[in-house]
Each structure stands twice: as structure tokens, then as C-alpha cells.
Design a binder for this molecule. Structure first.
Ligand SMILES: *Cc1c(COP(=O)(O)O)cnc(C)c1O
Length: 386
């Protein structure tokens, strides 16, 4: 089975991990700061806080922006569950903004209309989380402008988009979002096994992220409560978690970062080949925005049942039967039983639902060979002609 996504691990990656295993520190040694510095430098931002997943990075990003009970967080339904769940961890409420059918990203028009209503109703969100779906940046400049008009904070969920660019600058540069989140799960662009990162230009936010990552402890706070503490001293300032990444994982991340541009180049070549070879088929292909360079985490085709005579489910089944490991990103988050219990019902975000009805993610990863990709393309051609 050709999977829809997978990691690319080199001998240098393996050596980097083994070096840590032979060293004195498996966690909290030199590799986590080195990984954070590598990602911050790549993105051209000030601070990067590594976490044991993007999910935990999203959680502490919400906490650092003071999200709590009574507050409201908005995100899109076309995302992984964690983007919405992070608000629930903080006791806040979630609401969903529809996507644009073509870009598959947050619709700035829908956001603006919803903000206008929310302002009249006196129920504006504290945080909005746009998601750079499939690796393509959202229209961050427009979202930032709305954040200034309506007074919300922006967490950019760029779990798909490390290595991507917007207006010529790296995703994560901090120009448009208060905090940007990356994921290093093995299907993403670079991996640490499990892992995530929160990036920001704001030193106070960075300090709070570091504190929440490790039990709420601040090692640099003035010891005004415990003046008698010696060198062993530490102070817990607020309730935090253990969301730390290990040095074993971070060493893999440092090594992977040296190949990030190569990974994105390889993915871009594959995307261009899909674009060209699938253009004649009755499929909806990803839209390219002129000011965006996608990191190509996913390549999602829109299946057209009326043109092919096959339902999406049947096409999916036949692709899997042919050894093509397709997947679907994403079931609208509010369709989940947990969110339905909170009052959401199908029909809430029509664009996201229409997109979802045809979505099939076909194989896309740096080490996908051209021969393997040709097999995917041939199988799709046969299915569309059937
Ligand atoms: C993968 C992913 C996450 C969660 O990442 P983890 O590192 O697995 O916690 C969050 N948001 C989006 C959009 C993702 O794709």
C-alpha cells in the first residue's frame, strides 16, 4: 500500500538520535534549545517553544493568551480535532467559521460577517485560529486586520505548513499571528515522532509558554516568597503541565530541519505533476494562491460523483483496493458526537460540508517516487473512465 503520507528518515537522522542516547541527557539537554533555535531562525522569528505535540502547543498558546471559562474561541470545521479541543481544555466555548470552497481555508468573508453579528450580540471571540490547510497559508494579512478591528488574538495553526511561505515570508515569521503552531507528527513535513512548537515574536508570551510547558515553574522569577531558597530553588507561579519534548526527539528535529527545504521542493515537484496529469479528469484540484507557496502537506482532490458515476465512498474503496492509501481530511469537527452534544448540527458550515463530501487525500510525501506517483495517477484515470 502506498500511504497518503509518511516520514523520510536518513542515516544522519538516526545518527543524531543515537548520539543523544549515548549522552548524559535524554531530556532537557542541548538538543531542545538547538531545535527551537533552528526553527526560529528558519522562520525569522524571535521565540520558539518546543512541546511534546502540536495539541499541547495549542493548549498552552490558548492559556498564554488568557483563554478561560466564559471566553469564546473560533476556528474552522475543516481541521483536526485538536484545533477546537484546545479551547475546551481551557473551559472556553468553541464556534466555527466556514471555509472558502476553493482555498479550503478560513473564509475571510464568512469571518467578517460573523464578527459583525457577534459584535452586535456582544459576544466576540477572544481568539481565532485559522488553519493553513494542506500547507497553504490563510490570508493572514486580512485576518490580522480584522483582529485589530474586533480585538481578538490570532493563533495560526500551521501544523501543515512548516516550510511554506506567505507574501514571500516563511510561515511562522510572526508578522500576522500572535502565536504560530507547528506539528512534527510523522505524516507532517518534518518529524520528531511526536512533537510540536509554538512560535512568537512577543517575549512575554514566550515566557508564559515556557512556564505552562513545565508545571508553571519560573526559574528566573525573583524569589520574593522564599528568600531563603538556595541554588535548588524553583517557584511555581501558576498551574502548568509537563508538555516538554525530549532531547531524543529534538535531535531528530534538528537533523530533519536541515532537509526542510528539500522536503518542500520534492513535495512541490509532486504537486506540479499531479496538477498537470490530473487536469483533464473531472476532479477539483487544489487552488494556487499567487502570494502563497504551499508546503504541500496534503494533496486533496475533490471527487465529482456526477461526472464519474462513482460515489466518493466507492472511489475511496477502489483506490484502497488498488493499494493506494488514500485518506480524508477532514470530517467537519462539529459533526463529532462530542460537538453535537454541545449543540452543533450538520448544515452549520455549508462550504466545509460540500468540500468534505468530495475530499480524497491522495499520496503526498517527500520520498514518494515518480513511479509510485504514476501508479496513483493511472489508477485515478482508470477510475474516472469507469
Ligand atoms: C496534526 C495536527 C494537529 C495536532 O498535531 P499533534 O502534533 O499530533 O498534536 C493540530 N492541528 C492540525 C491542523 C493538524 O494537522
Amino acid at each position: 500500500m502506498i500511504p497518503y503520507g509518511r516520514q523520510d528518515i536518513s542515516e544522519a537522522d538516526i545518527d543524531a538520535v543515537v548520539t543523544v542516547l549515548r549522552s548524559d541527557f535524554l531530556t532537557q539537554g542541548s538538543q531542545v534549545p538547538a531545535f527551537e533555535a533552528a526553527v526560529a531562525a528558519y522562520c525569522g522569528t524571535e521565540f520558539a517553544v518546543a512541546c511534546n505535540s502540536a495539541t499541547s502547543a495549542l493548549h498552552i498558546a490558548c492559556l498564554a493568551l488568557d483563554l478561560g471559562p466564559g471566553d469564546l474561541l473560533w476556528t474552522v470545521p475543516n481541521t483536526f480535532l485538536a484545533t477546537a479541543n484546545c479551547a475546551r481544555y481551557c473551559g472556553a466555548e468553541v464556534d466555527f467559521v466556514d471555509i472558502d470552497f476553493e482555498t479550503r481555508n478560513l473564509s475571510v468573508e464568512c469571518l467578517e460577517a460573523k464578527l459583525r453579528h457577534a459584535k452586535q450580540a456582544g459576544r466576540l471571540p477572544k481568539i481565532v485560529i485559522p488553519v493553513d490547510f494542506a500547507g497553504q497559508s490563510c490570508d493572514m494579512q486580512a485576518i490580522k486586520a480584522l483582529s485589530q478591528t474586533y480585538g481578538f488574538k490570532v493563533i495560526e495553526d500551521a501544523s501543515h505548513a512548516v516550510g511554506g511561505r506567505y507574501q514571500g515570508r516563511p510561515v511562522g515569521c510572526g508578522e500576522w499571528a500572535d502565536i504560530t503552531i507547528f506539528s512534527f507528527h510523522p505524516v507532517k513535513i518534518v518529524t520528531t515522532g511526536e512533537g510540536g512548537m509554538a512560535l512568537t515574536k512577543n517575549p512575554e508570551l514566550a515566557q508564559r509558554l515556557v512556564q505552562y510547558r513545565s508545571h508553571g515553574i519560573d526559574r528566573h522569577a525573583p524569589a520574593d516568597v522564599f528568600d531563603s531558597q538556595g541554588q535548588w530553588g524553583y517557584q511555581m507561579m501558576e498551574l502548568g503541565w509537563n508538555y516538554r519534548l525530549t532531547d531524543i526527539q529534538a535531535a531528530l528535529g534538528v537533523s530533519q530541519m536541515t532537509r526542510l527545504d528539500q522536503f518542500v521542493d520534492q513535495r512541490s515537484v509532486l504537486a506540479a505533476r499531479y496538477d498537470a496529469q490530473l487536469a483533464a479528469l473531472p476532479l477539483t484540484l487544489p487552488k494556487h494562491e499567487s502570494n502563497v507557496a504551499s508546503a504541500w502537506h496534503l494533496y486533496v482532490i475533490g471527487w465529482d460523483e456526477s461526472a464519474s458515476g462513482l460515489s466518493r465512498a466507492e472511489a475511496f474503496r477502489r483506490l484502497r483496493a488498488a493499494g493506494i492509501g488514500v485518506n480524508v481530511h477532514y470530517i467537519p469537527v462539529y459533526w463529532q458526537p462530542y460537538y453535537r452534544q454541545l449543540g452543533f448540527a450538520p448544515g452549520y458550515c455549508p462550504n466545509a460540508e460540500r468540500y468534505y463530501a468530495g475530499a480524497i487525500s491522495i499520496p503526498m510525501y517527500a520520498s514518494l517516487s515518480l513511479e509510485q506517483q504514476d501508479r496513483v495517477i493511472r489508477t485515478l484515470q482508470e477510475l474516472c473512465q469507469a
